[in-house]
Design a protein around this ligand. Structure first.
Ligand code: SF4
Length: 556
């Protein structure tokens, strides 16, 4: 069963609504309980008092707040944390069954070398040898963690390269890197202060970014209002759920997003609907009309509507310089309600290309999606907690699963503000596992360990005395007695929220309208995160519930 991020998120939205009005999900849950009791590979939880721990989900970079029910040291249930100021109790469906993942039949349990059984000492020796013999490329799918810092140290100490695979939300921010000098991973969307959001196919109400962020904003400020103070204009070729629920849906020809963005910018500048900013695109309104399937009048009317309620923010479903340039014309870059910079600036990162030449070894962290398969002559060491399908890796290395290792949780991609949390190892590993960072530290003991990096980051937050800690109670960092106390609270599930993003903290210079040919038109955002496996609970509910969207409608 092929399941994509879109399937999961759409299903999540349907499930939430359906749960309220139909007994079917409850019947399914009952079936699942009976069915799952018969799985031979899942241990029965001991009849002991259940303990509740608070942490963060690390299955993807959104880092949602988790309440984990533990029985005899094993997780037996997961729920959201309403006190978490970022997710406020929301989770995606993957997390609700995540406690089952460590027992999944596709769990990676042993080291494999070119299809055969191998061992950790052999993998250790092979990576040590390869990294001494030539250049090592290390690829990370979740930059900004303490583990990322270990991966980067290892690559750079060996004259190699540390590269990242970014999600579509962060890729949408990449064009601003060249115009502002601020790395995409340090930029975010200030949705909370925007008045008009123009989405070019971004699935804002299907599930985008941190679960619940946009949906809640929309429900609180705009849903059901004829003339809401917060407007969502969805520009998309098909009637997606986001399009159906938006304030306005503008149906355009698929793949014409860049041209339409350029046409809108031209109208905004020529009709002086915004203070003149940025270069005039070469595209004329009639070019944009021809390409998008709208009329010139409709494009002019749309431009006036966008300019009427500002701050207005354009969001693309992936990297698209023309849509980013529309934000420059709207004056929304580096401004409240637009594209803002977080207070802590990450260094700019090299984006990983699948084609890797001149390397002796390629290390792929478990955070890198399975569909990223390096094309290289180098020896590939691929870490993964679950087997996501065929891989050309020479080495397949079992990584820690859900809640099995200590990690930290930096700000989610595209968030406007700074945050930090720690997800400790709450449970023992169900297999002999190591993360990429752990293996690299065992090869080079001069690398700073994950524990020490987290310790240093907590000390730094304490030293700055800024922001607030959201734990069992809400407390400004300035009132916390020591760095150790702050670290202890973070290990117990508290989340640190920094000061609000500095809106006017950078300049944006766009000298020339970006080439439309360079835009990555990628309307099928659903394929970007094929889920390698589903927890049995989610899988059965997903397969059998009528809440799953029919393929015909999806493609309509
Ligand atoms: S969105 Fe990501 S972090 Fe949040 S619950 Fe789902 S898998 Fe976990």
């Amino acid at each position: 069963m092929k399941v994509t991020r879109r399937d999961l998120l759409v299903w999540s939205a349907g499930a939430a609504a359906g749960m309220l009005v139909t007994p079917v999900p409850w019947k399914l849950l009952d079936d699942v309980s009976i069915w799952s009791q018969n799985w031979p590979w899942i241990p029965q939880p001991a009849r002991v008092p259940v303990e509740v721990k608070q942490s963060s989900c690390t299955l993807c970079p959104n880092g949602c707040g988790l309440r984990v029910r533990m029985a005899a040291g094993w997780p037996v249930g997961v729920a959201g944390v309403t006190m978490n100021p970022i997710t406020r109790g929301a989770l995606c469906p993957l997390a609700f069954g995540a406690h089952q993942l460590n027992w999944h039949s596709r769990r990676m349990r042993g080291v494999r070398h070119r299809g055969g059984i191998s061992s950790w000492p052999e993998a250790h020796a092979a990576l040590t040898k390869a990294s001494e013999e030539g250049r090592t490329v290390v690829i990370d799918g979740y930059p900004g963690r303490a583990a990322s810092s270990v991966l980067e140290q290892f690559a750079l100490k060996r004259g190699g390269s540390y590269q990242v695979v970014l999600g579509s939300e962060t890729r949408g921010l990449r064009p601003y890197e060249n115009w502002t000098g601020v790395p995409a991973t340090s930029l975010g969307y200030d949705l909370e202060n925007a008045k008009t959001v123009v989405s070019f196919g971004a699935p804002l109400l299907d599930g985008w970014g941190v679960p619940g962020r946009f949906t809640r904003l929309w429900a609180e400020r705009a849903a059901d209002a004829d003339d809401p103070q917060f407007r969502l204009i969805q520009i998309e070729s098909s009637l997606s759920r986001t399009a159906a629920r938006a304030w306005k849906w503008i149906s355009i020809v698929e793949g014409s997003e860049s041209t339409l963005a350029a046409g809108l910018a031209r109208v905004l500048i020529e009709q002086k609907l915004v203070p003149a900013r940025g270069p005039i695109p070469a595209v004329t309104v009639s070019d944009a009309a021809k390409r998008s399937g709208l009329t010139a009048d409709q494009i002019q009317e749309l431009a006036r509507t966008i300019a009427a309620k500002r701050p207005a923010l354009a969001i693309s479903s992936d990297e698209n310089p023309s849509i980013a340039a529309l934000n420059v014309v709207l004056g929304s870059v580096g401004k409240k309600g637009g594209i803002v910079g977080r207070s802590r600036r990450d260094p700019a990162r090299v984006t990983a290309d699948k084609s890797i030449s001149g390397a002796r070894a390629v290390v792929v962290d478990a955070s890198v999606p399975w569909d990223f398969v390096p094309e290289t002559d180098a020896e590939v060491f691929r870490f993964a907690a679950w087997d996501g399908g065929s891989s050309k890796a020479d080495w397949l290395l079992p990584a820690p699963g859900f809640l099995e290792d200590l990690t930290d949780v930096p700000s989610p991609p595209s968030a406007a503000g700074e945050s930090y949390a720690v997800a400790p190892a709450l449970t023992k590993a169900t297999a002999d596992v190591r993360s990429a960072a752990q293996l690299l530290v065992s090869i080079d003991s001069s690398l700073t360990s994950i524990d020490n990096i987290i310790h240093g980051r907590c000390a730094e937050i304490f030293r700055q005395r800024a922001g607030t800690l959201y734990g069992r109670e809400i407390m400004p960092v300035a009132q916390i007695a020591s760095a150790d106390k702050l670290e202890e609270q973070l290990h117990n599930g508290a989340v640190w929220i920094g000061e609000p993003a500095r809106a006017a903290s950078f300049r944006c210079e766009l000298k020339q309208w970006p080439s439309l040919a360079a835009a990555a038109e990628d309307p099928d955002w659903a394929e970007h995160w094929p889920v390698p496996m589903l927890p049995p609970l989610a899988s059965k509910l997903y397969s059998e519930s009528s809440l799953r969207e029919a393929p015909a409608r999806r493609n309509s």
